[in-house]
Design a protein around this ligand. Sequence first.
Ligand code: GRF
Length: 192
Amino acid sequence: MTKPGAPVRVAVLVSGGGTNLQTLLDALHDSPIAQVIRVISNRPNAGALQRARRAGVPTTVLRDANDPAELQAALGNARLVVLAGYLKLVPAAVVARFRGRMINIHPALLPAFGGPGMYGRRVHEAVLASGAKESGATVHVVDEAFDRGKIIAQEKVRVEPGDTPDTLASRVLEAEHRLLPQVVLDLARRMA
Ligand code: GRF
């Protein structure tokens, strides 16, 4: 439980460069509502870890991301868990402990273009190949399967004529950067 008036403790799971993490670090800097207390990665060379260290946030590199005990220990007394470019499936025991308090951001309008193997450039290639007129960002609750949990919020992005996977990805990433801090602050306000 959060001490009355204390910011909600947020842990962030990352595997990549960490631009979504950076938007959270910037949005929650000095926030009375929520604080990033730890950044956890399955990759020791993830650029996101350097962003955390620059912000003075403790980091953990998992030896075995499939080990629920190791991940539970790393999450410590976090109350809200955010997956921001984390590419591993979270062990079921950890999902159960954080049921409804663990969220993920995905660069497409779920339930389409999600699931195992659907991450990064592949997502945008699939959207363009489908001829879809719009794509976007989705924040959803994490459950025992990739990208299947209850959708919390989405922001739509139009697919423009001549779009490449890279041009679409960069406009979707801008939408992600707007959506994720909003959802985290909303959830934290309700948890406080
Ligand atoms: C983002 O598009 C996110 O939706 C996806 O991985 C990408 C990570 O970007 N899961 P970053 O590491 O936050 O820059």
